[in-house]
Structure formats: C-alpha cells, structure tokens
Ligand binder design. Structure first.
Ligand SMILES: Nc1ncnc2c1ncn2[C@@H]1O[C@H](COP(=O)(O)OP(=O)(O)OP(=O)(O)O)[C@@H](O)[C@H]1O
Ligand SMILES: [Mg+2]
Length: 587
C-alpha cells in the first residue's frame, strides 16, 4: 500500500502535505494537479505532515489536492544509454521531452511541459550484451556480469560499458543463470542471482540508485596523487588538479569561469565528462550543445559528445531541480567510476545551487545563517565534494571521480559563505580575477592568490621559483605605478619584465586558438625549461630600454613558438632560436 496525502499549504515551490501511513525523508511523491502529476521530494517530515519541494511550477495546485507517494527516494537510472545525453536535473532527456511535447502542439515543443517526465534510459533500444560471468560464479554488488558496446566504449580502444551487479545488493550472490550473448533492452532480464537467503533476484542492465547516497562498492579509497592533465598550463604547472581530486573556480561575472570549464571538458585526459550546467543562462548551454558534437576527441577520433553527458538546468528552469542536478551528475559519475574509468564532473555554478538551497530553507522558515544561507550550507557543500575520489575497485583496478565547481560570488567578493565553505573542502583553488579578465589575460586565474595541494607536472621547487618571480614582479609593478620607471632600479625592472614575460608566454593561453588552446604535459615541460632559462639568466644589459626590447622580442618569438605543432621542424627551430637569444644576452 502506498501512502497518500492531501496538500494543506502551498508556498512557492514548496507544499505542506498531511499524510497517512509512512513516508521517508527525500522520498518522491507526485502532487496531482488536474490531469498532471507534478514530481516533488520530501525535504522535511514533522509528525503526520511533511514539506515537499515541487520540481515544477506550482500554479493551480490547491489545498486538498492529492499527493501520491512512491516509497522511493529521488533516484537516477543507471545503465547503457546515458552517454551523449542531455538531461535536466531530474534525468529527463531533453530532446525526447521536446519530441513528446511536439505531440501536443508545435508550439509546445519550445517549452518545457509541466508534469512531463520521461525515463532517463531509452527503453526500446537494444544493446549487444556480452556475458563475462558464468553460472556458479560468486558475485557481489558492483562486480561485472558482462559488457555492451556503447559508442566509444566498444572493448577495443576503450573498455566496453560494464554491466554490474546492482549496487544495492548486500552480501555474496551466486550466479544461477546468465543470458547468452545477444541484443537486449535495459529492462530485459540478463541474469538470475541467488542470494545469501536462497532467494533468486533477476537482474537487468538498468539499475536505480538514490542520487543523494554515495555509491560505495569499492575496496578502498586511494590518495589522489596523480596529476590530472587538463592541458591548461596555469593549472597543470602552477595549480594542478589531481585525478580524483576536487577544485573550485570562483570568479566575478564574465571573468571566464564557463569558458575555462568548457576548455577542461574538451581537453582534460579523462574517460567520461559530466557537465552540470546549474542555473546558468540558457545561451551558454546552447553553445555547448552546438559545439560539442562537432569537436573530435583526440583520444578516440570520435565526437566529444560520445564521452560526455550534459545535465542542464538553466536559469529559466525550475529552481528545485537545480539541487537535484548536482546530485544526479555525481551519481552518474560514480556509476562510470565503478567500471574503472576516470570521470570528471564539472558543476557550473555551485552558487546557483546554493541559492536554490537558500530559497528552500527560507520557505521552511529555518534559522538563517550568514547571508541567509542555511546553517547546513557548509556540510552540504562538503558532502558534495566528498563524493570525489580515486578508489581501488574490488577487482584491483582503479577508477576516479574528479569534481570541479565554479562559484560566482556577487561582486567577485570571495569572503562570502559559498566560496568560503567551498575553499574549506577542495584541494585546489583557481581564483579568477577581475583585473586579469579586464586586461584580457585569459585564463584569468590569479597566479598570486590561487593555490593547490596537488602535485604539479613540474618539480615543486622549480614552480616555486617561477612564482617568486611573479610575486616580486607584481610588487615592482605596483611600486612603479607610484614612483615611475625612473625611480625603479634596473634589477627590479628586469624582474618586472621577467614576470610579465612568464605571464604572457606561459600563463596566458587563448582558449579560442586551435594551437594554443591545449598544451599537453610533455609540451608544458619543454616550454617550462625555456621559460625557466629566461627567468634564471643574469642579463648583461646596461639600461632599461635595451632590456625591454630584449624581452619583447623574446616574448614574440615564444608566442610564435606556441603556435607551432609540437615536435614539428618549425617547433624545433624556434626553440633553438629562443635558447640562442637567451644565451646571447647573458652577462
Ligand atoms: N580563455 C579565454 N580566452 C579568450 N577569451 C575568453 C577566455 N575566457 C573567457 N573569455 C571571454 O570572456 C567572456 C566571458 O566568459 P565566461 O562566460 O566564461 O564568464 P563567466 O565567468 O562564466 O561569466 P558568468 O559569471 O556570467 O557566468 C567570454 O565570452 C570570452 O569572450
Ligand atoms: Mg558562466
């Protein structure tokens, strides 16, 4: 018997429901609104009443309207068919939603229809199941039963999409039977397992998992020690991200958070990217949707979209599902991690997620914390980032989820609660600065304020030396604004020029130039050697103009070098030219 209830109050997207029977926190229910059923989640239970956030506009919902509870927590569908999808925060496939809406009328397909929900995994599509387990095998949650081909995951260059024992099963099961190789839908039975209690369970390729509960079918968590190659030089060399690590990109409006995340989504060396556009403007998301299918993934030679999932909850979509979108994203990521893959989750922007939390907390009349955010803001943010990690799976292989979130603090003031709560838990901080973005020094990651606890692709002491020059150069630059160039010593002035040189040729990287947008680690190492040589040299110039001319010339040659294909003849000859220029100028 499922529980039912009646609405006793409607307050924005929150409803209070009097119920009979039993309900659970985070259980899903549907509010009946005429011929529509609006999905809602229980956010608080008090006695025989509960508060629910409705994932749709609540217009026309009235007191005494019926609510039907499902007995299930807010869950995602996991299985073949997720890659290349564009979902909303509740895992509704957006393209199919539009097709479905078009059946109502042509105009309707332009707008999201209230109360229309579709399954996250296509039900009619068949997948080529290849069993790897056999009758008699002892298996537990997360163990592999077989695999299917899904896009680039074809068991050739990439492993196949693994079909796993449902994560919710407890204890050791025995495979009673397994389906022969063949084509099956995600809801067809592909195996029968006998449980510790002697009961049989039928297993399908699709399983459901509650999005707010981390998937933990692994042997152990590992230290995130390996650097994740993003091919953004400032990041990999100066403020690295680890495979299985966490980082955040706070920055004022228009400073380049979204562009930086999209660059990372394209070029980072990971197997699967899950991009959660959370409360961002629709236009930006549309750009991603148009671009991604056209971009070729250098690793597989196929469309980038084949290893990407977009969870899209733009500013015009219901606020409540913003909250769900970050959880859905990380749940999908954990699923792929269980196959031994490296997954990158990009959340843009976590501030808008926090705003959704604040809105809900206000409606619940909870005691507000700083800037009216709820007191549990910090623990929610921490719990989200804690779902990142590199793990050793039970079969000995490793998988990882790396999480990067943007934060958009009002006025670019990093002292606000969301930025501060995030900084407490992440391992890397890529702070974007207004001054840099105004000067069009992209990526606008502030080289003085940013930090990372992870390992760089360059030895740490060498990176520190370069940063020291940036710091000193910045000080000289500030001082020069007051005393002018005349009041600055030649030695200080040279340090200033060295810092500017490092900034111009290494830190700045044009995301829109084909050659410069991505710098693989090998190339970064070779570039850094030359930069280091230029920074470490003692030059024999007698005056400032001469020094300036030298660095401008060196800079121009270096930028030309950046444009040349790695390892080409031009690349080699320009490198030689750079080294000769530096050697020729040394005292
Ligand atoms: N790496 C880059 N190279 C060249 N141009 C860039 C780069 N990063 C950002 N820009 C420029 O800055 C503009 C704004 O960037 P973006 O949309 O990423 O900012 P944002 O921080 O996400 O803004 P919002 O806070 O409004 O979401 C871009 O449209 C682009 O013109
Ligand atoms: Mg943005």
């Amino acid at each position: 018997m499922t529980t039912t209830g009646k609405i006793v109050a409607v307050n924005g997207n929150m409803i209070t429901v009097a119920f009979d029977g039993a309900v659970a926190q985070n259980e899903v229910g549907y509010a009946i609104c005429g011929d529509k059923k609006l999905m809602a989640e229980i956010v608080r239970v008090r006695g025989t009443r509960c508060d629910m956030q409705v994932f749709d506009a609540t217009t026309d919902l009235m007191v005494d309207d019926r609510v039907e509870f499902t007995g299930e927590l807010l869950a995602a569908e996991l299985g073949p068919g997720m890659l290349a999808q564009v979902y909303d925060g509740l895992q509704n496939p957006l393209a199919e939603l539009a097709d479905e809406a078009a059946k109502i009328s042509k105009d309707a397909s332009f707008f999201l229809q209230r109360g229309m929900y579709l399954p996250g995994l296509p039900r009619d599509r068949k997948w080529d199941f290849h069993p790897t387990a056999k009758a008699g095998d002892r298996v537990a949650a997360g163990d592999f039963l077989g695999w299917v081909t899904e896009g680039i995951f074809d068991d050739k260059t990439m492993p196949g999409h693994k079909i796993m024992v449902p994560f919710a099963l407890r204890g050791v099961y025995t495979v009673k039977s397994i389906a022969p190789a063949g084509d099956y839908t995600v809801t067809d039975d592909i195996a029968t397992l006998t449980g510790p209690d002697g009961k049989d369970v039928k297993v399908q390729m699709m399983q459901r998992w509650p999005v707010k509960v981390p998937i933990k079918c692994f042997a152990e968590r590992l230290e995130p020690t390996e650097t994740l190659e993003t091919t953004v030089r400032t990041i990999d060399t100066f403020f690295p991200v680890a495979v299985g690590g966490t980082y955040c990109i706070p920055g004022p409006f228009g400073a380049g958070k979204t562009v930086l995340q999209q660059t990372t989504a394209r070029y980072a060396k990971v197997d699967v990217v899950i991009s959660a556009a959370c409360g961002e403007r629709a236009g930006e998301v549309v750009e991603t949707l148009k671009e991604f299918p056209e971009i070729v993934d250098p690793k597989t030679g196929q469309s980038l979209m084949k290893r990407t999932i977009i969870i899209c909850n733009t500013s015009s979509m219901p606020v409540a599902s913003r909250e769900a979108s970050v959880y859905t994203a990380v749940t999908l990521a954990e699923y792929f991690r269980q196959m031994g893959l490296n997954v990158l989750v990009l959340a843009d922007s976590t501030s808008r997620w926090a705003q959704a939390m604040r809105e809900l907390s206000g409606r619940l009349e909870e005691i507000p914390g700083e800037e009216a955010f709820p007191a549990y803001l910090e623990s929610r943010i921490a719990a989200f980032y804690e779902r990142a990690g590199r793990v050793r799976l039970k079969d000995g292989t490793t998988g990882s989820v790396t999480i990067g979130g943007t934060v958009s603090p009002a006025g670019g003031n990093f002292d606000e609660p969301v930025t501060q709560a995030t900084l407490k838990v992440v391992g890397g901080f890529h702070g974007l600065s207004r001054a840099r973005s105004d000067a069009r020094r992209y990526p606008a990651i502030d080289p003085l304020d940013s930090w990372s606890h992870y390992n760089s692709v360059i030895e740490q002491d060498r990176v520190e030396k370069a940063r020291a020059i940036l710091r000193k150069g910045n000080e000289v630059g500030q001082m020069m604004k007051v005393v002018g160039e005349e009041g600055t010593s030649l030695a200080d002035f040279t340090t200033y020029l060295k810092a500017e040189f490092l900034d111009a040729v290494y830190l700045q990287q044009n995301a829109f130039s084909d050659a410069d947008a991505t710098t693989p680690v090998d190339r970064q190492r070779e570039m850094f050697d030359v930069v280091e040589k230029a920074l470490g040299a003692e030059y024999g110039f007698a005056e400032k103009d001469e020094t300036r001319r030298f660095f401008l010339d060196l800079q121009q040659t270096f930028i030309d070098w950046n444009d040349k294909p790695f390892g080409s003849d031009e690349f080699k000859s320009l490198k030689t030219a750079l080294v000769q220029k530096i050697d020729g100028a040394v005292r």
